[in-house]
Design a binder for this molecule. Structure first.
Ligand code: FE2
Length: 277
């Protein structure tokens, strides 16, 4: 059966020109509220486990590092630095371990979009539910996602969904239109010593100017190219700015063992059809 494409020619041109694409109305407000409530429930479930993992040990820094490095194949919780009782995010295998987020990531429209922007064998690598709580949601400095999830050749694309309306007030995303033509500046990798390190690939700093605010209604999907410089400020408002992000890589590209996110042999990365393709 031939299905009509999800993205128009104009949208594909915008994506290629800007390195990001805003697709409003991807989820309904009611769907977003359901995902938010579900994420809040997961927090209550995971918090005691996190406390046990980190605080039961004498070396909390090493335990935190290990907890992070293990999270690529887990349902894990990360707390705000400024307010350790508040969640910063859930990650990083929600798409394979949580039925509700699995269903979200594997909506047929997600697979269609991935194919239409050029993926041949897409693999679902990482998922995050990001909380950005009122008053505390921490700043995310300008970065390129390929720094954290690196393939050769580069292929990572972020599928970012606004679970709340995102505005300048509650710390929406900011991105540099066309910035995906920038070279990758650095690569974060395992240091072989239980931690991670950053390898500089290009000394030039990321652009400091030219960012535009991606103010979007609740339920909007934003695609982000892996080389696109983007950031968000701390949320000092009284409104939450919940978001969900899925990162997809091309299965035909090489995903090296130095990447921080590694999956055990019995839990390989899978595609949108939940099969290794
Ligand atoms: Fe990012």
């Amino acid at each position: 059966m031939n299905m009509a494409p999800f993205l128009s020619e104009a949208q594909l041109q915008d994506w290629q020109r800007d390195g990001f694409l805003v697709i409003e109305g991807f989820l309904s407000p009611a769907e977003c509220e359901e995902y938010k409530a579900h994420a809040d429930q997961l927090v209550e479930f995971l918090k005691p486990e996190w406390q046990a993992a980190i605080f039961s040990t004498r070396n909390q820094a090493a335990a935190s590092n290990q907890y992070f490095l293990d999270s690529g194949s887990q349902l894990s919780i990360f707390m705000e630095e400024e307010a350790p009782e508040l969640p910063n995010k859930l990650g990083h295998a929600l798409h394979d371990l949580d039925p509700k987020f699995n269903a979200l990531c594997r909506k047929p429209e997600m697979a269609m979009i991935a194919q239409e922007i050029g993926f041949v064998h897409p693999l679902l690598l990482q998922t995050m539910f990001i909380f950005k709580h009122p008053g505390f949601g921490g700043e995310v400095k300008a970065h390129q996602d390929s720094t954290f999830l690196n393939t050769d050749p580069g292929s990572v694309v972020g599928f970012w969904i606004a679970m709340d309306a995102a505005t300048k007030e509650n710390a929406c995303l900011w991105a540099v239109p066309g910035g995906h033509r920038e070279a990758l500046r650095s690569k974060m990798q395992r240091d072989g010593n239980g931690g991670v390190e950053f390898i500089t690939l290009d000394e030039r700093p990321l652009p400091q100017e030219g960012y535009v605010a991606l103010e979007v209604p609740q339920g909007t999907l934003v695609l982000l190219h892996g080389l696109l410089p983007h950031k968000s400020e701390a949320n000092r408002s009284e409104k939450s700015r919940y978001a969900f992000a899925l990162h997809v890589i091309e299965g035909n590209a090489e995903y090296g063992p130095e990447n921080w996110l590694q999956r055990p042999a019995d839990m390989p990365l899978m595609g949108f059809q939940r099969m290794r393709c």
